[in-house]
Design a protein around this ligand. Structure first.
Ligand code: PLP
Length: 639
């Protein structure tokens, strides 16, 4: 609700309204000029830059919005934060084991991202997790130190296993995590054939079930991992083969984005029991791999709501270390090296999607005559009387009446009893009443029952130059919520309430759920568009899972992508620029041949020349325009 405030609006008010300091994790903030800025800490001094400046600099280099900006420094800092948090927890608890993180490649497979992770992670021995042959190939090409682990999850065929075994021979710390009983015989057979001893891990299904969106990965019915009974059989097979010493790692993964620290603790408790029994069975246990699940606080509420988390990174690390110590110590079991496979929390912060607004649809009534002509239909007279008599006391009644009169007019219209102009007058009067009701209700001690619905129905539609399906697939697929805010004009009070529609012509291509403390809201406050000026909106924390899950709905392709790296003096460079897909690119993805399309069109144009519809000169410019659009950006291009 836009409160009426007496003092003038400041950038701080916007920061609070959009929750920037809550979800920004210190990386995003609003400066006094009303610009949303990004802050990174280089050589212990924070440097920052307004996103608008970066967008303008990118535009000067010929890349337009929509653009995905990747901040390499934020990725580096998240890797450091994660490793340092575990180091601190280990030190202060006197833990005897170590910590080794791995980044799950599936969370963002982009080459530049993986290169950055490998480089920034090297000093911590941060490794990679691979869930397929393709990802293993990526991992092998990026991990250089045997300190950094490669954890192979997912189904493994002989080719996958041979590749991993040879990597082991070359000195890689490459683990096969057994996900299904059928994998073990292949691993045993291939390791005999190649005479290479594997490093084996086992993924177990824990009984612990977690809350949140992604909890299908936990519990008895989760798809991956061995049941406890299958685990026992596997131990026996390994012992029979004389290879129990190869089993060194226990793995589990309860699901992504676990909002409640209690669920994380109870998973570790159960896993520690399994771990200890594996030691007692004679396995050469050294590693406990907790999988992913470390959550991102998308709404900034610090609660156990699905889009949030009720713990800090430090608490996460301290709790894990604490549970392992208190469970293992009484049983005199040596502390394992802790591995986590945090994807979302590592990469989410580093990417921001920026798009411009192309158009706005408002639901404001058109002009209405001062007096309604006497010969106008009685229902329209009633609508006008309702409007004139509207007060705080009778607003609910007026709301109900207005709905009734409007629907009656629509019925009569259908049957041909009122004309187009009368209907238009009725619709305008109706909107006028609804706006008034909303205004009164906002200030009333007890708002209208239908207040939220009405607010949404009267909100503007801001059309953004992006495709939800391509750039924010989780918003569509699983109702994921990302923080969204304008990146400039924040010293001005936003006076409109809006939902955002993308430029696919699909009614699902809309964003109508926004972050708010503890729950979600259906509209977002935005500024009125100024004629001739761009209005840029940022969608934040989109680094995890969004890039490769996106699809080509309506043939909108990849956006432009720019990687930004800051220098110590606060300047920044564009370390990498990738032009988004051209129309020819997306056409070829769905098996069209741009050359053939051009040839077909040329034939039709030639026929038009012969038939005298266009001149040969016109044909030339039409063909030129056709070829040029093939090379164009799939998104809306200004001029
Ligand atoms: C997806 C996945 C992860 C990553 O989970 P996050 O919640 O993004 O950290 C880690 N491990 C496995 C096995 C996964 O399938």
């Amino acid at each position: 609700m836009n409160k009426i405030i007496n003092r003038s609006w400041t950038a701080n008010d916007s920061a609070e309204l959009y929750g920037v300091n809550d979800w920004g994790a210190g990386y995003f903030g609003v400066d006094q000029q009303g610009l949303l800025s990004v802050t990174t800490t280089n050589a212990d001094t924070p440097v920052n830059a307004p996103l608008l400046n970066i967008v303008n600099d990118i535009k000067e280099r010929g890349l337009d919005a929509p653009v995905l900006i990747r901040f390499e420094d934020l990725l580096d800092q998240q890797i450091s934060r994660l490793n340092n948090a575990f180091r601190n927890a280990i030190e202060s608890a006197g833990y005897q084991g170590d910590y080794r993180g791995v980044f799950p490649i599936k969370v963002n497979q982009q080459c530049h991202v993986i290169e950055e992770i490998a480089q920034a992670g090297a000093r911590y021995g941060h490794g990679l997790e691979a869930g397929s042959k393709a990802e293993l190939i990526i991992a092998l090409a990026h991990i250089e130190s045997p300190d950094a682990h490669i954890i192979c999850n997912g189904y493994k065929d002989q080719e996958f296993i041979d590749l991993g075994l040879n990597a082991r021979k070359m000195g890689y710390s490459c683990f096969f995590v057994i996900e299904t009983p059928s994998e073990l015989p292949i691993i045993l057979e291939r390791s005999r054939a190649l005479n290479i001893k594997p490093l084996i891990g086992v993924r177990v299904k824990l009984a612990s079930v977690v809350g949140g969106h992604w909890n299908a990965t936990s519990g008895d019915r989760s798809i991956f991992g061995l049941s406890i009974a299958q685990l026992v059989e596997m131990i026996d097979s390994l012992r029979d083969e004389g290879m129990l010493d190869c089993l060194q790692l226990l793995h589990y993964h309860l699901g992504s984005q676990i909002p409640n620290i209690r669920d994380i603790r109870s998973g570790v408790v159960e896993a520690c029991q399994v771990y200890m029994d594996l030691v007692r069975e004679g396995a050469n246990m050294r590693y406990l791999d907790l999988g992913g699940g470390l959550a991102v606080d998308y709404d900034g509420s610090k609660t156990n709501y699905i889009h949030s988390k009720n713990y800090t990174l430090d608490e996460y690390c301290a709790d894990i270390i604490d549970v392992v110590i208190t469970t293992l110590d009484p049983n005199k079991i040596a502390h394992p090296t802790i591995i986590t496979e945090s994807g979302r929390a590592t990469i989410a912060y580093s990417s921001v999607l920026i798009f411009n607004i192309l158009d706005v649809a408002t639901f404001t009534p058109g002009s209405i005559p001062k007096t309604i002509p006497d010969d106008e239909h009685q229902l329209i007279q009633s609508l006008k009387e309702t409007f004139d008599g509207l007060t705080e006391k009778n607003m609910q009644e007026c709301y109900n009446d207005a709905l009734f009169y409007r629907d009656e007019v629509r019925e009569l219209f259908k049957r041909g009893h009122v004309g187009l102009r009368s209907r238009s007058l009725a619709e305008n009067l109706f909107l006028l009443i609804m706006q008034e009701v909303l205004k009164i209700s906002e200030k009333a001690p007890r708002p209208l029952q239908e207040f939220d619905k009405l607010k949404e129905q009267l909100s503007d539609i801001y059309y953004g130059n992006f495709s939800l399906f391509q750039s924010l697939p989780d918003v569509w697929a699983i109702d994921q919520i990302f923080p969204i805010a304008p990146i400039h004009r924040l010293q001005e009070q936003p006076t409109r309430e809006a939902i955002i529609a993308d430029i696919t012509c699909d009614c699902d291509g809309r964003i109508d759920r926004f972050t708010n403390m503890r729950n979600t809201k259906t509209t977002l406050p935005l500024h009125p568009i100024i004629e001739g000026e761009e209005y840029f909106i940022g969608v934040f924390l989109v680094g995890a899972y969004q890039e490769t899950l996106g699809d080509l709905h309506n043939l909108f392709g990849d956006t432009n992508v720019v990687s930004v790296r800051f220098h110590n003096d606060g300047t920044y460079e564009f370390a990498d620029e990738i032009e988004g897909d051209s129309i020819a690119d997306v056409l070829s993805y769905v098996e069209y041949q741009p050359q053939l399309l051009r040839e077909r069109f040329r034939k039709i144009a030639e026929r038009s020349v012969r038939e005298g519809r266009i001149s040969a000169l016109e044909r030339q410019s039409i063909m030129k325009a056709f070829s040029e659009s093939m090379q164009g950006y799939t998104y809306y291009e200004k001029d």
